[in-house]
Design a protein around this ligand. Sequence first.
Ligand code: PMP
Length: 369
Amino acid sequence: MTQRVFNFSPGPAVLPEPVLAEAQRDLMCLPGVGASVLEISHRSAAFENIIQQAELNLRQLLAIPDDYAVLFLQGGARLVFSMIPLNLGGEGRPVFDFVLTGSWGKYAAQEAAKFGEVRTAWDGKATNYDRLPARGELKFDPRAAFAYYVSNETIQGVQFPGELEGAGNVPVVCDASSDFLSRPVDVRKHGLIYACAQKNAGPAGVTIVVIRKDLLERSCDSLPGYLNFKIHAQEKSLWNTPPTFAVYMVMLVSKWLLTDIGGLTKMDAQNRAKAKLLYDAIDDSGGFYAGHAQKDCRSLMNVTFRLPSDELTKKFVADATDRGLTELKGHRSVGGIRASIYNAMPVEGVEKLRDFMNEFCEKNRKRTS
Ligand code: PMP
């Protein structure tokens, strides 16, 4: 295959074409540097400019206040699952509050349970993680070291419309891995926000952590160095060799968001319009397609739905692939289809998928009825 398809992968995922083109153009020789970004020291002035620019772009996009540090780490979101309780838990046996709206929150809670007592402030298990907590259902513990939520559950396709409320003075921690940079966020309502890059922010290999600086005082000196947020903040993410190419790509993606898109409010509007195309196709299918998430909890990033049978689901995936619409198979725990439509998925791709869904429904509904 020599032509680009419309790739609905949940991650690593589609990247903006202008970003890929710029990276390709400059791969042999970064302008003014005389070497590839892959070949230069992380302590060189050229790379320091890149990492500083990546941070500045993120600060501008998300209006990150000065009393928050921005870290570029390795180990993926999964390593941060452990770093958060290890650093924010402090000494003694801490309590951690979790709001569970899907698989990734559960995995993070399993890690946290190794370092303290996990409480569930709310658990969506009863309805197979198809919704968010209603007002009044959340029960936070004021003694907790943090209150944790996942702003967008990538597998279930359940997304909070805004920040988690109600935790009082307990610092709120957000796993924003699959909706980072897709919309504006009030950073001030969080003690820590983090995201692996490979959905909206860049390639796999770097994880971005935004942490309120006073919380760094909780990191004990006895922690292994790499796991200590305070060390990374003090050393400006250069304590050891960071994933230099991935950081460079985050710099390019964040520049694309600022200059080509015009910021996160505009990105959010585009994302809403794209998601509406698919949810309308689901809702107008007369029950042929059944959305997993309840309507008011639907994700703008991962659109999850089922077809009437496994056979039709397989046929849907195969026929879509033939048309250049790829990676649509849902996660095994939810089944059905998952269309991931992150920032870089062009509207034409979503329109093509919408047209395919309508046609497929038309053809196969007749056959089954
Ligand atoms: N959190 C969320 C919401 C995710 O979607 C993922 C990856 N799909 C992770 C955490 C884990 O990320 P990583 O593979 O980088 O550890």
